[in-house]
Structures are given as structure tokens and as C-alpha cells.
Design a protein around this ligand. Structure first.
Ligand code: ADP
Ligand code: MG
Length: 701
């Protein structure tokens, strides 16, 4: 029997392995580089590279790659083998410090938003020594993967990792200033901890292969509602099906080998939907791990004859998938700054950090919304069981009461009791109740000792969401620290600051039902932005306000922000274009021909019945022919219209103009094509329907 503890982390060049294999001096140099950001000198880098290579080769590696996260949201890599020619027709396995620290992938094939003219294709990858190197085994053999940041020839960030790392430094710096004011002078660093819960769907590989929409876009673009959806709530936490269970078992093993703390797994609300949550870790590592989790899910699913769908809305009318980004701040002395303790009303430092988060989220709700924007999430947010596109914060009854008291009097003398939970069964233990209930409808909820940002889409990297969170909270903390460091009476100043900040930003707190229609109206009254789509969200990145906060925190320059907004428009336009073309192809070559075949069958039946028995009643056939023909015509008209609009879109200027055209013209035309086709699916003989239905996709694994 293999034991978990024996395999955990065996594919990772982690601190323990480094300590074992590196000379003391090199190990110390690496630690210093990691903890204090001091650059490694070439000599030390060579020593580390040598040890890394030996370790990798012992584990069967032949290649290495700089593993990085370009703005496409997925990971990229270019493999090089370790071999160098040696005399006598032999080879040596070599890997130098230079190769470890710096790579030069051709950057021209990655989005740069105009940062890099194509003739300056040079881009650099630089080793992120805070995230450990790891081995990956696949059909190509074993590869040593080195997590890196990716930047242009002139040093601008071309990836998601660089700004994330910068934002972690920013929040650490400002949070340290605050905790020092509260007397904890021994704190040198504050880390942001992240645990991202990953939702996904599993469908049968053979069914998947029959649907172009799944293959090309990761989601179904057509499909009538199945007779049974999630209304019975029988899937959530239901017991696992055998095939799914064996997938999860293997997935866990792969993840454990990579040192990923895959902890919980369960069925989600929708049929065929599941979730995996790792134990939280430092934001940059959590980001790498989340990418690896997604990669492994896809790979392992295939081995089980399954396909893993990470799209935010693979099935219309069914629960979508998100990524709950749990976030907190922890000092290097081990204290969670978002832990309210038993008496949050007396925990002034906690209240100050909470106020900073509320102020930051209220001030920059548009940036947070953008950090969770992608074309898939446009269909999810505000849909079935998904957070609305309006950003608000849920605090729970107890904290909300504390906030109310603080706003009214500047003091929170009382603490609402949450009490014990009595099950009414004497043999069951009485359990302490959590101070916050789980409000599942809030996009940004305080959940005990962390905030949970739930809008992030399931296929997205969590880097952007955490970069924004860190940056905006750092900026508020900076403002707070500037005030408090100057204050003659610290106690009084803290009280005033908390009271003023909460009073000014109270509107962001909402403890009610985020799914209700009334909330949309109420939020509008409060002046909270309701940004419905990615295209509408992108301008947030280049406002005066955004440029000020990102540059003040040294996270992104105005140029980098501008280029990012260009890239987002481009990504949007490209993705919708692929969706539109897929729909055109499916409708033209599958659904319309299938409907015509069906019509022919019915018409033939009508004629044959009449010929065989002239007095027979053929009203049913007649009705079907009329109804089907009418829908067929609607489908064909919508198809023609979509074709024409998609062509027109291609003539628009790339970037913003094109993205807006796709959003405003093409997307509605796609919806107009879907309606008659979905209705036809409910009429046409199932035997003739050319693709697997929702019922087959969702229930047959
Ligand atoms: P739920 O959200 O269902 O209540 P958990 O409390 O288990 O589930 O937490 C979900 C995720 O939040 C996990 O990934 C967990 O590791 C992470 N998490 C827990 N505490 C923290 C924290 N202090 N900071 C960041 N993430 C955390
Ligand atoms: Mg959760």
C-alpha cells in the first residue's frame, strides 16, 4: 500500500530537498533571495542549477522548461533538453545558472497589447524563486518545470505573475506599517494567503467528441433543457459515481505528488458538477497550484474516458462554475490579521483591517469586477446560483451589528451572541455555531477569518483577482498608515479612522439575498456599479483612479495597464468570434440538415398514409410539418444574419471597436439562432438529432 505521506511532494524541488542537496552557502543565498528579494549571484545560481539538474535527472527528466503565465490565462512552456554535445559523439547533461535564471522565449506569439512591436520579438522569462520547481510526467517524458515571470525586452510585464508578485510586496509593506503601529515590531513581512476552490464539470469523452461547441469553445452553444435539472438538489454532496470516484482518486495522487494540498472534494449543485479545494497557501504558489490543478484535471479526465469542462457556463440554464478565491493576510509571526477572535468588537486591529478591505472594495469595485471578467463569466454572473455582477460585501449578522454600532457611536460595546447549535438529539454533541452563516449569494463574503471572492470564473487564473485585491487594499492601508503615523493620539485616531471609513463606505455592505431582483434596484440607489459584461468592465483598467492606484503601489505602469486593456478586448473578440463560427458551422451542417431529414420523414409518412388509406387522419403530420418548417425558417434566417454580422465584425478595427461590435451585435444574434434550434431539438426525432443532448451529457457518466 502506498502511503500519502510517502508520495506527497516527491515531484517538487522544495525547501527540504534543497536543504539536503545544496551546500549551506547556496541554500542560504536562495533563502535570502526568496525572503528578502535579494538577487542571486551567478556563482550561486550555477550551484543551485546543478543540484536541480541532478535531482531532475535522477527522477528521469530529459528536458527543462521555463513555465510561465502569459495573458491568455493559461500556462506556456518551451522545452529544451539538457543535452550538450561532448567529444567522441557523446552528450553531456548540462544546465547552468544562466539557463535557470533567464529564458528567452519568442514573445511575438503571446499577446502584448502593442507593448512590443513584432520586430522586437524578444521577451524574457525570469525564475520566480519563491515558487518551487517541479517535475511533470506525460507522454513527452519527464520535464523539469521552472516557474518564471515573463516580461518584454524593455521590462514591461507580459504575464500575470509579475504584477501578482509586485502586489504581494505592496500589501506586505503597508500591512507591516499598520501592525508596527499596534506594537508588533517583530513583524517583517505580511503574506497574503489564498485558497481557491475549483468547480468543474465531467462529461463523457465520446459525447464530448460529438459536439464541436464543446471541442472548440469548452461550452455548449446549443441545447434544450433536460427534463430533470438540478431542482431536486440530489447531486450536491451526493455520493460519487464509480467513474468519477476513480478520476478523483488519481487526480489527488497526481496533485499530492506535486505538493498540492488537495483537501476536499464533493459533488456540486448541478448534475455532473464537482469541486476541489486545496488547503490555502501563499498567493503566488496558490496561483501556480491552481493552474496545475486545472491542467491535471484535464489530463486525468482523459485517462478515464472523461472530459473536464472548466468553462464558466458549459450548460445554459444549469449552475455555472466559479472559483471561490479565499483570501487573508498573515504575518511572518503567524498571525492572521483577518481573524476577529472571540470578541471582534474589542479587536481594534482587526476592525481596522476589515474597514480597509471594505473601503478598498467599495472604491475599486469596478477593478474587482474586471478581475473576474471573461466571456464565459458574462453568461454565469447573475445567472443560476452565481453571484450577481454587482460587487458587494457580506459580513454576517454579528459583524454587521458591530459596524452599525461603530458608525452610530464610534464604539462597539455590545456583541451579538451567536450561541450554540442544539441538534435536539441527545447523543449528538452540541456544536458551537459559526459567527457567520454561509451566504452563498454574495460575491464577496467574510467567512470567519478570510474574505471569499466568489465571482472569479472557473477557467480563469486567480492571479488577476489577487493582484487587484492586494493592490487596492495596500493602497487603503497606505492611506491609513499615513494618517496614523502622524497622529498625536493613536487610540483616538484609530477610532476616528474606523468610524469615518465605515460611515463613508457602508453602502458596500449587503447581507441580503444577492440573487433577488430587488437588490439590483437597491444597489442602483446606493450608487454601486452594475457592470454586466467583460467589454463594459475593461475601461475600469485605464481610468485615472486605476492608473493612480496601480502606479502608486508599483504594481502596473500606465503603459502596462493600457496594453492589458487592449489584450482583453482582443481576447474577448477572438473568443466570441470562435463561438459565432462554431454556431454557424453546427447550425448549417448539423441542425438544419437534420431538421430537413426529419421533415422529409414526416412528409413521406403523410403521403404514404394517405396513399394507403385515403380517408386517414394525417393532421398530426401536417401540424408537425407546419411547426417544424416555421422553426426551420427562423433558424435559417438567424443563421444568415449571424453569418453576415460575423463577417462585418471582421472588418472592424481590432481591439475595442471590434469587441464592442461582438458584444452588442454578434452575441444577441447568437442568442437569436439558439432559440429556434433549441426548440427544434424538442420536436425532431431524437434518433436524427446530430449531437448528444443535455440529458445525455449531464446524466450518462
Ligand atoms: P467553505 O468555503 O466551504 O466554508 P473552507 O472553510 O474549508 O470551505 O475553506 C475553503 C477554502 O478556503 C480552502 O481552500 C481553505 O484552505 C481556504 N482557507 C481557509 N482559511 C483561509 C485563510 N485564512 N486564508 C485563505 N484561505 C483560507
Ligand atoms: Mg467557499
Amino acid at each position: 500500500m502506498e502511503r500519502l505521506t510517502d508520495i506527497f511532494g516527491i515531484d517538487v524541488f522544495n525547501e527540504t530537498v534543497m536543504k539536503e542537496r545544496l551546500p549551506g552557502e547556496a541554500f542560504e543565498a536562495w533563502k535570502k533571495a526568496m525572503e528578502d528579494g535579494e538577487p542571486l549571484d551567478r556563482e550561486m545560481a550555477d550551484v543551485i542549477a546543478g543540484a536541480m539538474k541532478e535531482w531532475a535527472i535522477e527522477h528521469g527528466a530529459t528536458h527543462y522548461t521555463h513555465w510561465f503565465q502569459p495573458l491568455t490565462g493559461i500556462t506556456a512552456e518551451k522545452h529544451d533538453s539538457f543535452i550538450t554535445p561532448a567529444p567522441g559523439g557523446k552528450v553531456l547533461m548540462e544546465f547552468s545558472g544562466k539557463e535557470l535564471i533567464k529564458g528567452e522565449p519568442d514573445a511575438s506569439s503571446f499577446p502584448s497589447g502593442g507593448l512590443r512591436a513584432t520586430f522586437e520579438a524578444r521577451g524574457y522569462t525570469a525564475w520566480d524563486c519563491t515558487s518551487p520547481a517541479f517535475l511533470r510526467e506525460d507522454a513527452a517524458g519527464v520535464t523539469l518545470c521552472i516557474p518564471t515571470a515573463f516580461c518584454s525586452y524593455t521590462g514591461e510585464a507580459l504575464d500575470m505573475k509579475t504584477p501578482l508578485l509586485r502586489s504581494m510586496e505592496a500589501i506586505s509593506k503597508q500591512a507591516v506599517r499598520i501592525v508596527h503601529l499596534f506594537g508588533a515590531k517583530d513583524v517583517k513581512k505580511v503574506d497574503c494567503s489564498v485558497g481557491a476552490e475549483q468547480e468543474y464539470f465531467l462529461v463523457d469523452h465520446r459525447s464530448y467528441m460529438q459536439r464541436e461547441d464543446l471541442i472548440f469553445t469548452g461550452a455548449t452553444l446549443f441545447g434544450a433543457k433536460p427534463p430533470k435539472g438540478q431542482e431536486m438538489d440530489d447531486h450536491y454532496f451526493g455520493s460519487l459515481k464509480e467513474r468519477v470516484a476513480s478520476f478523483m482518486k488519481e487526480l489527488n495522487r497526481e496533485l499530492w505528488k506535486l505538493g498540492i494540498y488537495a483537501k476536499t472534494q464533493h459533488n456540486e449543485a448541478a448534475p455532473a458538477q464537482h469541486e476541489l479545494a486545496p488547503i490555502y497557501t501563499s498567493a503566488n504558489i496558490a496561483t501556480d497550484h491552481n493552474q496545475l490543478i486545472m491542467e491535471c484535471m484535464k489530463k486525468v479526465a482523459k485517462r478515464h474516458g472523461l472530459e473536464c469542462l472548466l468553462h464558466e457556463k458549459p450548460f445554459a440554464g444549469v449552475n455555472g462554475s466559479g472559483k471561490h478565491n479565499n483570501w487573508s493576510l498573515v504575518t511572518d509571526t503567524g498571525k492572521n490579521l483577518l481573524n476577529p477572535g472571540k470578541t471582534p468588537n474589542e479587536n481594534i486591529q482587526f476592525l481596522l483591517f476589515m474597514a480597509a478591505v471594505l473601503e478598498a472594495v467599495d472604491t475599486h469595485a469596478d477593478l474587482l469586477r474586471l478581475s473576474a471578467a471573461n466571456p464565459g463569466n458574462d453568461r454565469r454572473l447573475g445567472g443560476n446560483e452565481a453571484p450577481p455582477s454587482i460587487v458587494s460585501v457580506f459580513l454576517g449578522e454579528q459583524l454587521d451589528d458591530v459596524v452599525t454600532q461603530l458608525i452610530e457611536t464610534g464604539e462597539a460595546a455590545r456583541l451579538k451572541k451567536v450561541g450554540r447549535l442544539y441538534t435536539g438529539v441527545s447523543t449528538l454533541p452540541t456544536i458551537g455555531r459559526d459567527a457567520t452563516d454561509r451566504n452563498r449569494t454574495s460575491p464577496f463574503a467574510f467567512t470567519g477569518n478570510k474574505f471569499e471572492f466568489r465571482s472569479v470564473g472557473s477557467s480563469m487564473s486567480i492571479a488577476d483577482a489577487n493582484t487587484v485585491l492586494n493592490t487596492i487594499v495596500a493602497d487603503t492601508l497606505q492611506k491609513f498608515a499615513d494618517i496614523l503615523e502622524q497622529a498625536p493620539d493613536f487610540e483616538q485616531a484609530v477610532h476616528n479612522l474606523i468610524k469615518d471609513s465605515l460611515t463613508e463606505h457602508e453602502r458596500i455592505i449587503f447581507n441580503g439575498n444577492g440573487y433577488a431582483k430587488e437588490w439590483v434596484e437597491e444597489a442602483a440607489r446606493r450608487g454601486l456599479p452594475n457592470i454586466r459584461s467583460m467589454v463594459e468592465a475593461i475601461p475600469a483598467l485605464t481610468t485615472e483612479k486605476a492608473i493612480t492606484v496601480f502606479t502608486r503601489q508599483n504594481v502596473l505602469t500606465a503603459t502596462e495597464l493600457k496594453s492589458r486593456s487592449e489584450i482583453y478586448y482582443e481576447i474577448y473578440a477572438k473568443e466570441i468570434n470562435i463561438e459565432a463560427r462554431t454556431m454557424i458551422s453546427m447550425a448549417a451542417t448539423k441542425f438544419i440538415p437534420a431538421t430537413i431529414r426529419y421533415l422529409k420523414n414526416v412528409a413521406t409518412s403523410m403521403n404514404e398514409v394517405k396513399a394507403a388509406c385515403p380517408g386517414a387522419n394525417v393532421e398530426v403530420q401536417e401540424e408537425l410539418v407546419l411547426k417544424t418548417s416555421a422553426l426551420l425558417k427562423k433558424a435559417q434566417d438567424a443563421l444568415n444574419e449571424l453569418r453576415q454580422l460575423d463577417e462585418e465584425a471582421g472588418k472592424k478595427q481590432e481591439g475595442k471597436e471590434m469587441a464592442i461590435f461582438f458584444r452588442e451585435k454578434v452575441v444577441p444574434a447568437m442568442e437569436r439562432l439558439r432559440v429556434p434550434v433549441d426548440e427544434l431539438e424538442t420536436i425532431v426525432d431524437h434518433e436524427l438529432w446530430p449531437v448528444p443532448t443535455y440529458a445525455e451529457l449531464l446524466y450518462e457518466i
